[in-house]
Write a protein that binds this ligand. Structure first.
Ligand code: AP5
Ligand code: MG
Length: 213
């Protein structure tokens, strides 16, 4: 099964992706995670990506298209399927993905579009905490780690500062509409109400995936 998960920053793509991967065994391909790994390793691409990400801007299409193409060509993908998270994020990336999939003989089965009220997103992003050891995402209020936890074991993303969040939202709102339109024309979009409890969102995603088969 080959899926995309789309939604504004903080919509819950990563949170739901972890659950989808656990249940369906597909490969999780998050361009944001790939860039953050490159930034942590201070590779040439990481240094370049950081100069955009820290400002809340998008990394240039040719860089992003390149890393996705490379990952999709790896041997596990045809076998396991994939879940793309945070890509495509411009209409040019959507066209590039169409080309890449065609060249690899793959096709998209569905697009999970998490719809959220943008007013709720600043609060979600400012309270997001990530476990240093496992990379698991939590929220201080909406999804706290179980039991007493030590704040030192968690970190916050650099681009979750309020000024950067505002720019990320503006950029993503401006770019998003034509991409969804592109997939609506293909008849493969499932709209999911994202302003619900995390487990309720996932229950709706499971139903949408069952209907795709
Ligand atoms: P990326 O890492 O993709 O960030 P994003 O799209 O801004 O989305 P987030 O990861 O912030 O949010 P999410 O939807 O995954 O939410 P999460 O589940 O964590 O990209 C980062 C940057 O990299 C971009 O700005 C860009 O610069 C660059 N980049 C990446 N891809 C690119 C591309 N294709 N092209 C160009 N540049 C690219 O949830 C958020 C919080 O809310 C968590 O604390 C969570 O616990 C909580 N939460 C989740 N669900 C719920 C719920 N239902 N109720 C209450 N709280 C919830
Ligand atoms: Mg994410």
């Amino acid at each position: 099964m080959n899926l995309l998960i789309m939604g504004l920053p903080g919509a819950g793509k990563g949170t739901q992706a972890a659950k989808i991967v656990e249940e369906f065994g597909v490969a999780h391909i998050s361009t944001g995670d790939m860039f953050r790994a490159a930034m942590a390793n201070k590779t040439e691409m990481g240094v370049l990506a950081k100069s955009y990400i820290d400002k809340g801007e998008l990394v240039p299409d040719e860089v992003t298209n390149g890393i996705v193409k490379e990952r999709l060509a790896e041997s596990d993908i045809a076998e396991k399927g994939f879940l793309l998270d945070g890509y495509p994020r411009t209409i040019e990336q959507a066209y590039a993905l169409d080309e890449t999939l065609k060249a690899l003989g793959l096709k998209l089965d569905g697009v999970i579009n998490i719809e959220v009220n943008p007013d709720s997103l600043v609060e979600r992003l400012s309270g997001r905490i990530i476990h240093k050891e496992t990379g698991e995402t939590f929220h201080k209020v909406f999804n706290p780690p179980v039991g007493d936890y030590n704040e030192d074991d968690y970190y916050q993303r650099e681009d979750d500062k309020p000024e950067t969040v505002k720019r990320r939202l503006d950029v993503n709102i401006a770019q998003g509409a034509p991409i969804i339109e592109h997939y609506r024309k293909a008849g493969i979009v499932s709209d999911i109400q994202g302003n619900q409890e995390i487990d309720a969102v996932f229950a709706d995603i499971e139903k949408a995936i069952a209907a795709m088969k």
